[in-house]
Design a binder for this molecule. Structure first.
Ligand SMILES: [Zn+2]
Length: 171
């Protein structure tokens, strides 16, 4: 788990992939331009795990890799560096994605009518499905009635509010 005053780069890494990511992130913050092997030995993680984390962070534009020749070994290696300037941008994008998904759900709730038989064990169905089944519940065969989905609407609206608040606290 990240510490309370952990660098945002380490926090975000931990959020993406948990402890292994956190270890790699801390190592990158400690020594800039480290190679895969140097990170593996400083974190105690297996080299394959280190590479998996690095490529993922690289794919998300959170680190850069510079290809340099290792003079001792005579071959090319990558030296990795954090892109701490990208962290805020990344967080903003994630927030936007989550909010968009929730907003879509809310729009769906607002735009649709649902039908329900009244039994707690059965799911609600859309108007199209209700019509197709002659307004009989597909699970229990009971009569389907129009169900006000105010509750679901309110729940989603509340959820959006809560996530907005949570994200403001985390970052
Ligand atoms: Zn039913």
């Amino acid at each position: 788990m990240p510490e309370k005053y952990e660098d945002p780069f380490a926090r975000i890494a931990s959020m993406i992939g948990g402890d292994e990511y956190l270890k790699v992130a801390r190592s990158l913050l400690k020594s800039e331009d480290a190679t895969d092997e140097e990170i593996a030995s400083s974190t105690g993680l297996r080299i394959n795990m280190v590479r998996k984390v690095l490529y993922d962070l690289f794919g998300k534009s959170l680190i850069t890799g510079i290809r340099v020749k290792d003079e001792r070994k005579g071959w090319f290696v990558y030296r990795w560096r954090t892109r701490r300037d990208e962290v805020e941008h990344f967080i903003e994008n994630q927030k936007k994605k989550i909010m968009e998904r929730l907003q879509q759900r809310l729009d769906y709730e607002n735009a649709s009518d649902f039908y329900h038989c009244g039994s707690a064990e059965c799911n609600r169905v859309t108007f199209e499905d209700a019509l197709e089944g002659m307004f009989k519940c597909p699970s229990c065969g009971g009569v389907l009635n129009l169900k006000k989905n105010e509750r679901a609407r309110k729940a989603y609206a509340k959820k959006i509010e809560q996530i907005t608040r949570d994200m403001q606290q985390v970052f």
